[in-house]
Design a protein around this ligand. Sequence first.
Ligand code: ASP
Length: 338
Amino acid sequence: MLLALNATFAKPTIYILATGGTIAGSSSSALSNRYSSGTVTVDKLIAAVPQINEIATIKGEQVSNIGSQEMNNEVWLKLAKRVNELLASKNVDGIVITHGTDTMEETAYFLNLVVKSDKPIVMVGAMRNSDSLSADGPLNLYNAVNVAMDKEAVGKGVLVVMNDEIHAAREVAKTNTTAVNTFASPNTGKIGTVIYGNAKFYMQPTRKHTKNSDFDITKIESLPRVDILFNHSNDNPDFANIAVKNGAKGIINAGMGNGNPYPSVLEALGNAVKSGVVVVRDSRVGSGETTNLGEVDDVKYGFLTSDNLNAQKARVLLMLSLTKTNDPKKIREYFLTH
Ligand code: ASP
């Protein structure tokens, strides 16, 4: 169902904010795996899908034009502030953000925690560049605009639309390096589907987001450094030590299984806590909860645990948590509610 709009018969106004990625990628061959991300401008992305102009008043803005492996705090803050500004206007009904798939889940979760609006915010990308045979970007974009116009999308936080599926920002993850069905929500499943623009929702995100989130970046110009460590057999404590030495304020440790660090890493992380760094135990597995007080004595070491966030999402939440407090009790509460 479409949103009730500004004027009775007016089409909804949807802003497309382009940041780059494969959806804006180009290649000299329709059959090559070699291409460059972030080379096609927002105007060309819109022109490639004329059908979206029939259903909405579309306005395009270029926020950046990068492969999302280059995504950084400056673009995040700029994007979040622009989304907040646009959605505060009664003339804007929803936002679609085109983005590379590599870090889409991180940007989606960041925006989910700092945008202050109920209006639909939909992220979309592509696995095949715009010159590919059977490029997936145009239909993904068409579907994303339809979801951004849908009243069922109101109040669900930031959504990711890819490959006919709708995922919630907190849950979604890239799970395959090249497949068009790469996005999944490993802990909860997708929340809806969208088939040639026809969206249906089946689930509702329950954790705090957007208007109910505890985080606000209105006055924030930079974010604290939080590093991720990936553990393995026969590991060593060097990366943990260097993270502390080089000024990390937080560490997400993607441990083995239920977040188990290698013994020498465990000791280095314990020392990190003693020197004031907030350490969150997470898992390299990619799904499931990292349980507090499992095989590791979190109380003795002063560690927090990530609930069921993957390491890259736990990093986003810890960065934002550290903009407010260093108190582990309060940060634990954020991890259990966002
Ligand atoms: N490296 C690209 C990016 O994330 C991959 C993609 O968009 O699918 O920008």
